[in-house]
Design a protein around this ligand. Sequence first.
Ligand code: ASP
Length: 283
Amino acid sequence: MSGAAALIVHGGAGSVAEDTVRARLSGCRQAVEAGWAVLMHGGSAVAAVESAVVILEDNPLFNAGIGSPLNSDGQVELDASIMDGAQGYAGAVAAVKRIKNPIRLALRIMQDKRHILLVAEGAERFAISHGISPCDPRDLIHPSARRRKPRYGTVGCVAVDQSGRIAAATSTGGTAGKHPGRVGDSALIGCGTYATHEIGVSCTGMGEAIIHVVLAKTVVDLMQPGVPIQVTAKHAIGLLAEKTGDEGGVIVANNCGDVGYARNATHMPVCWVRDGGDMVTDI
Ligand code: ASP
C-alpha cells in the first residue's frame, strides 16, 4: 500500500481548563506540521512521530519533557516509547531524570535493537554513550510544574508514511506526586504504544488502568475487517471504562491512511491530517 500518508497527535486525556484550550490545540497543530513536513519530504513514519513528539515535549504546556509534573521527591521523571510497525521493533525509556527529549532516547534504543526498555540511570548512561547529552534535572522543571493537576497532558503521535509504514510514539511525565520510580503505560509497549503493519496506537489516561487492559494491543486485537478504526477505538475505550472504571483516550491510524480517536475523559486535544485533506483539530 502506498500514498496514503496520515498523521494524528494527542495532547492527553483529562479535563482542559478553558483558558488553555487554544494554546493546547495550537501546540498540537505545530506538532502535526512538524511530523507532516517529514512525511511530505519522503521521510519515514518513525521520523515523523519522533519530530511531532519532540515539539510537544519542548512545549511546557504538555505533560512530557519540559513542563512535566513533579514526583513526590519534587523531581521530574519521564517515560516514553516508540514502535515501528513495519519492522516490529520498539524502544522505550522509563523514569529518566536527565533527558530533555526521552522520545529521542527511545528511538535510539529501538535503532540499537539490543534492548526494548531501559530505565533510570542505566537509560541515561545509554543516552550518553549514544550521543545524547544529559541535561540538568532542574532544566526539566518548568515554573508551572508545581501547579500541575494530578495528571494531564501526556502526548502521542501515530503516523503513516507514503509507503504505508506505520509508527506510534508516546511521551509523558506521568502523574503528579507519583512515587519515585513509578512507571505508567507510556513506557510500556502494548499498553501506551503499539504498531503493526496495519495499525498504530497511542494511549493516554490513568496509566495503571491502561496497563490493566493492555490498551494499545487491545485496540489492535479488536480490529476487524470492514469495521472503521474509529469504531474500534471507541470499543477499546468502552472496555477500559467497563473493566477499570477509569478514563483515557486513544488515537489510531491505519495503512489506508484512516485516522480515529476516542476518549471517555472530558477532553483530549487531537489534531490530524491526511493526504489531500486539511488539518483538523478537536478537543
Ligand atoms: N498515561 C500517563 C501515565 O499514567 C498519563 C496520561 O496519559 O495522562 O503515566
